[in-house]
Design a protein around this ligand. Structure first.
Ligand code: EPZ
Length: 439
């Protein structure tokens, strides 16, 4: 859509001052709501979900479901109810699926319920090649055939047959790979054992809800997940509602922003436990952080200086390690603290390219190889025009623009709107000078 691409944000930087104050609320987690919406395909009655963030990815997943034949009611208070009983089609819409990697999570439950699914090579943030071998190998192990024609994958089981439980060992820990095979195993015939699974909290969160509706999933949130399939029998929500858990990446992004620019700032409706590693690292670096029930507090009282914070090495790792989705916001933090920090991005081979734009702002960053950079601080950043290559680097540019001297223009707004609902309203509320300009 033209406006989507030409809309920009203008941010006036604080020039190093720490004046952000008040409360910023965390929304429901984008990467929890996607597998949750996909799991609606496993239900014979309505699947309802609350605390759903108002973001583009949710809109797109809902369109994917509606184009399969599902009906979706938007209720009061960020709640949706999905009825999948009229699904007739099993081909995921190509245009939408190419926009977001999360679309592939629909493949598992669709294949398990209807015996067939087709989808394009999924799109999403340009942070690496992002292969789908784990999904295809898993589906084959569960008795499905995979055909590829003109970039469309068609996965199916023989007529009248069901997907079978299987033992799958993931050669690479994959979040959406774990999610889609776990969902497929729920209604497959027999037992599925997933080894070297992802342990993200979003996986355990949805598994717990599915178990309350008749699924038999053991070990979600650990590296071995055992699913006893229902042999085709669908789940029933019986008026239970799945409440989307708080977005830990939003919470971590706001905490890093607060560490750099907060005077007295509260991050509310979050779960500090889900970003334990970030809290520990920032405390080690010298940031005074207090925790309350579902909130994190930074109390500077005008006495904190970023140049007194200590440098710290960062190695991204699957949960509960340092999240790759917080790597770019953390690099902005490291440009402001005292000393040299090594950042090792172990998950994606293309997730450090955004640093060129930080260097243009005045950051001192040397790239050793596609996975490692050295960041030297403190450096004064100057505002400029910025275009993020992915959702999380886009928010990192928000942070760099807010700490910089002068004004910044941030393009690629579509990335931000994919994952951070009403972001300018929430930032304005704590004192950021930001406007959205629709050309
Ligand atoms: C999920 O992506 C998240 N997206 C990503 O968040 C997040 O960065 C990533 O997990 C890692 O935490 C959603 O949950 C929708 P992976 P996913 O499969 O599942 C390789 C955001 O900004 N791999 O865990 O696509 C892959 O190339 C997004 O919210 C294979 O080799 O990531 C990568 O190197 C960005 N073969 C590694 O595994 C496969 O079949 C981890 O990828 C699958 C993955």
């Amino acid at each position: 859509m033209k406006t989507e691409n030409t809309t920009k944000f203008i941010i006036k930087g604080l020039g190093g001052k720490k004046t952000l104050n008040g409360k910023i609320e965390v929304s429901g987690a984008k990467n929890a709501v996607l597998p949750a919406l996909a799991s609606s395909i496993l239900f014979k009655d309505k699947f309802c979900i609350s605390n759903v963030p108002d973001i583009k990815d949710v809109e797109n997943i809902n369109i994917l479901l509606e184009r399969l034949g599902a009906s979706i009611e938007k209720k009061q208070g960020k709640k949706y109810c999905i009825d999948t009983n009229n699904i007739k089609l099993t081909n995921l819409d190509t245009e939408i699926s190419k926009k977001m990697r999360g679309s592939i999570v629909l493949a598992g439950p669709t294949l398990a319920r209807f015996g067939k699914v087709s989808f394009p090579y999924p799109g999403g943030c340009v942070i690496g090649t992002r292969p789908i071998d784990a999904f295809l190998n898993g589906f084959k192990k569960m008795g499905a055939r995979v055909k590829i024609e003109k970039d469309i994958y068609t996965v199916s089981v023989s007529k009248g047959k069901k997907l079978k439980g299987a033992n799958v060992f993931f050669d690479r820990v994959t979040v959406t790979g774990t999610e889609t095979l776990m969902l497929a195993g729920v209604v497959a015939e027999g037992k599925t054992i997933l080894k070297n699974s992802a342990m993200e909290p979003e996986i355990k969160d949805i598994a717990d809800f599915l178990n309350s509706c008749g699924a038999k999933i053991k070990g979600a949130g650990t590296s071995t997940i055992e699913i006893t399939g229902t042999g085709g029998k669908l789940l029933s929500a019986k008026n239970k509602i799945y409440k989307t858990m708080p977005d830990r990446i939003e919470a971590g992004s706001f905490l890093i922003l607060g560490a750099l620019t907060g005077d007295n700032l509260e991050i509310i409706n979050c779960n500090p436990e889900h970003i334990r590693i970030l809290i520990n690292i920032l405390k080690k670096s010298g940031v005074p952080i207090k925790e309350g029930k579902n909130k994190i507090i930074i109390e500077g009282n005008g006495k904190l200086k970023n140049k007194n914070f200590k440098c710290v090495d960062i190695i991204t790792h699957e949960y509960p390690g340092f999240p790759t989705d917080l790597q770019s916001p953390m690099v902005v933090y490291l440009t402001q603290v005292n000393g040299q920090s090594l950042v090792f991005e172990t998950i994606f081979e293309g997730r450090l390219n955004y640093t060129n734009e930080l260097i243009e702002m005045g950051a001192d960053i040397i790239m050793w190889d596609p996975h490692r950079i050295m960041v030297k601080g403190p450096t004064q950043l100057k505002g400029r025009e910025l275009s993020g290559p992915d959702l999380r680097a886009e928010f990192a540019f928000f942070i760099s623009a807010i700490i910089a001297k002068g004004e910044s223009v941030i393009n690629n707004v579509r990335y931000i709107d994919r994952g951070y609902e009403q972001i300018e309203k929430r930032l304005k509320n704590i004192g950021v000078d930001i406007v959205r300009i629709k050309n």
